[in-house]
Design a protein around this ligand. Sequence first.
Ligand code: BG6
Length: 486
Amino acid sequence: MAVLPSFDMLLFGGTGDLVTRKLLPALYRRHAAGQVSADSRVIGIARSVLSREQYLNQARATCQEFLGKEFDEGLWEGFSAKLDYLTVDADVSEHYAPLASKLKGREQLVRVFFFSTASTLFAAFCAQLAKADLITPCSRVVLEKPLGHDLDSADQINQSIGAVFHERQIYRIDHYLGKEAVQNLLALRFGNALFEPLWRRGRIRHVQITVAEELGVERRGQFYDQTGALRDMVQNHLLQLLCIMAMEPPASNDPDAVRDEKLKVLRALRPIKGADVTTKTVRGQYKSGAANGAPVPAYLGEKDIAPTSTTETFVAIKAEIDTWRWAGVPFYLRTGKRLQERLTELVVTFDEVPHSIFEAPPSPESANQLVIQLQPEESITLTILAKNPGEGMRLKPVSLNLDLGETFKVKILDAYERLLMDIVKGNLTLFMRRDELDAAWRWIDPIREGWAEYEDKPKLYTAGSWGPAASSSLLGRDGFAWHDEL
Ligand code: BG6
């Protein structure tokens, strides 16, 4: 891979989870691959008063933990020479002067401001960076999700960012878009002519999108309790997956060609308003149970969670897209923490045969299914019906399996590695445009409002299960079942 243009990458929230567990290991790997030029620099920025040496020690410990066997002393020496730290309190103007002097004379390099803090601080960062005259034409700003907590707050943040950065300099990150498997979904849909004629109403009965996690809220209780699964996962990752599944073929792979098509899907989502939430959504919270064979506490017993919290750790939604292609085809979305296993899976269920000439009549299990597993393993499975050996003509579903890991046998880039490289290269295709984000919030906000009015408490589910029973009924009412229940 080619060496990237030289850059200064400023990681705001430099002592936080994302920077230490994801961004620094990702940059280390790119350094190890020889892609980071010798004069590039990575500067962690946070409120804590730390010396460069202390920061390097912390960074080294987390990188070692997360990189495991990949960590190499020699490589770390080279990488850490590029690493620096600065104490900056968002609102304190004087703290930006040392940053300005570090960046002086480097105005021609790509400059990346990566905001990995609560989005309430983004406006202050922007105002101070502009005041200190640190935003150059080669600057980019990267915004971590969730951006705001509803449409209004996202709008305000976008306005303050838009006041100092041009839209083409703004990279709104959704790390799911950087996953190899999600890219593969684009390849499957738009690199093959096979599926396109079938990819519509009249051919597809329904689509399921599951992003299940076995983990609980880990060390992020405070953040999570204010956020919940709807904002943490559905507003971004699940809606982006839905867009890729449902979008029309873009005319090219250019950022705006792709983003225009995704936007059309978001705008065509039928609003779920008021009492609709009781029939089209399920909101859950885990109680104690088991994970990995060991007992785990209820959400309410986790660190930093309010004892009476009604924050949801599970959401299932029946989404409908009002377009010619998708009218009448439900897209069922489901995500949750402390579910039975870690699994990201898209399931497309095709129409059954209109009339069976064989012994058993068509049943839900006999519909052809395309199962695209994105995590933990990447695979594509197509179920078709074959004759059960022996007497008579009884049919049985069998699978055509493609294990993508086995097929390519190469190390897969982590989502953040790809996205960080795209940012430095200036490629916006995998980042969300402002109008996409607005459209996503516009669909999400009424669901939250509906919950406040009609469903004040989440339904409990046992940690280690597949969520509340109501999640099965959501599909059951339409005569369907989740893939794991078939
Ligand atoms: C993040 C959420 O965006 O995605 C986390 O904030 C979640 O709560 C994570 O655990 C899941 O990402 P992945 O890549 O592990 O599927």
